[in-house]
Ligand binder design. Structure first.
Ligand SMILES: Cc1cc2nc3c(=O)[nH]c(=O)nc-3n(C[C@H](O)[C@H](O)[C@H](O)COP(=O)(O)OP(=O)(O)OC[C@H]3O[C@@H](n4cnc5c(N)ncnc54)[C@H](O)[C@@H]3O)c2cc1C
Length: 407
């Protein structure tokens, strides 16, 4: 077992506990009306703003990022202690979004010093929102077929094309984008990773209105958009490698067990076994009356526990901050399936009470369960579909013959 320096960790735990108790506004404690998903809060309360500022200044929203750019500079073990201490008092991390989960860690690996100094501190402080301009109408699973062009015009690139499913583009300040810079090269070798300021003339995000009246994503059009050369990350035509790395960070986030209690597509509240006792009933020995449901719930809880423990083991065994690998595809598939299963079980357990969309006949939990059940299905598509992850697992982990170009 690695030695984590128990006494140093104890000292850090005491320091973290004292700081959190002095700085976390009690009104935001989970269950006291705080949003489960900080990203979902369009108009944060004054306390939520204060909490974001304090965590941003401390760097603890990005606990393991280098202090040089404002991050917390903590070891992975210290970051886990911080997470435990936040959980203990019902606190949440107010710094999130694609900047933290996807773009920031990628830039830390591939960005130059000027790009890091410019873009990392606002992410650490939660001041700017980023969106992901990868998918196009003709390029989803086959992402390398993307057609958005960026032409070299000396001191800038001129970008023309269309992205789709750009989550939060209408609210974002910046977009990390894949663009084609060499149309003559093989498709994987003519792509670059370019940063586009969403306020640049010619950038037009058009929100897609869904059947449930929300607009989580957009079609994003680029018409003669000028992106300065300094916004190119990594080498020209070297964007594919960077995109694959970013997708590993994305999949790690989507598949993480910590997400089990937070965010859209995740059902918080009582565990399904407790829910079933309330809604379905128990037999004379106190067990769930429905034997088939009991078996399925047990299987689900075992899978969820195995997934959470595997996630913990991966984190503990990581000797450095090297971040995720192709195994993020396994964790993504497992995590999203478990979340989907949980939400489906909950709706089944609720019976008639699980089919409401709104109205006073249904509790907030019951309405949420139905919405989360529908939303949970998207997790197996976003960040690369389940089948595409299976292809990656087959090729990169099992070493089976390559029949596709999986991202
Ligand atoms: C909630 C949500 C948020 C998203 N946010 C963003 C975002 O912010 N930015 C962004 O760029 N994109 C985003 N996406 C898009 C997402 O990355 C794509 O939907 C995904 O990569 C699949 O592409 P597609 O929708 O074009 O499906 P297709 O690629 O058309 O796939 C259709 C079906 O064919 C299967 N399939 C395709 N190729 C293969 C293969 N080689 N082997 C086996 N099966 C295959 C797929 O598994 C799928 O079932 C988001 C998607 C969702 C659901």
């Amino acid at each position: 077992m690695p030695d984590f320096g128990a006494s140093e960790l104890d000292t850090f735990r005491a320091e973290a506990r004292a700081w959190l108790e002095a700085n976390f506004p009690p009104s935001l404690k989970r269950g006291a009306g705080a949003p489960a998903d900080p990203e979902a809060a369009q108009k944060p309360s004054a306390d939520a703003e204060l909490w974001r500022r304090r965590m941003g200044e401390k760097g603890w929203g990005t606990p393991t990022w280098p202090t040089e750019y404002g991050g917390g500079g903590l070891t992975p073990a210290e970051a886990r202690v911080l997470r435990d201490e936040m959980e203990r008092i019902g606190a949440y991390n107010p710094i999130g979004g694609m900047g933290v989960g996807m773009f920031g860690p990628t830039l830390l690996e591939y960005g130059n010093d000027e790009q890091l100094r410019r873009h990392i501190p606002p992410i650490v402080k939660g001041e700017l929102r980023w969106c992901q301009g990868f998918s196009e109408p003709g390029a989803g699973s086959d992402l390398a077929s993307l057609q958005t062009r960026a032409e070299d015009k000396g001191d800038h690139f001129l970008v023309n094309g269309q992205k789709i499913w750009t989550s939060g583009a209408h609210l974002a300040d910046w977009c990390f984008c894949l663009v084609r810079t060499d149309p003559k090269a093989k498709k994987h070798e003519g792509i670059s990773f370019l940063l586009i300021d969403m306020k640049t003339p010619g950038v037009e995000p058009r929100p897609i209105r869904l059947i449930n009246d929300t607009t989580p994503f957009c079609e994003t059009f680029f018409t003669d958009v000028r992106a300065p050369k300094e916004n190119l990350v990594g080498p020209l035509n070297g964007g594919w490698t960077i995109a694959k790395r970013l997708l590993q960070f994305e999949r790690q986030g989507i598949g993480s067990a910590q997400r089990a209690g937070q965010g859209p597509g995740v059902l918080s509240g009582p565990p399904v076994n407790e829910l079933a006792k309330t809604y379905v009933g128990v037999d004379e020995s106190g067990r769930l009356a429905d034997a088939d449901l009991r078996r399925r719930i047990t299987l689900h809880l075992m899978e969820a526990q195995a997934h959470a423990l595997t996630g913990e083991r991966i984190a503990l065994e990581a000797k450095s901050n090297r971040g995720p690998s192709a195994t993020s595809s396994i964790m993504k598939n497992a995590g999203t399936m478990i979340r989907k299963e949980r939400a489906e079980l909950a709706v089944e357990i609720l019976g008639h009470q699980g089919v409401g969309w709104g109205g006073e006949d249904f509790s907030d939990y019951e309405i949420n369960a139905m919405r989360v059940m529908l939303r949970s299905k998207s997790g197996t598509i976003a960040g690369g579909s389940q089948e595409v992850q299976n292809n990656i697992i087959a090729k990169r982990i099992l070493g089976l013959p390559d029949t596709t170009h999986s991202t």
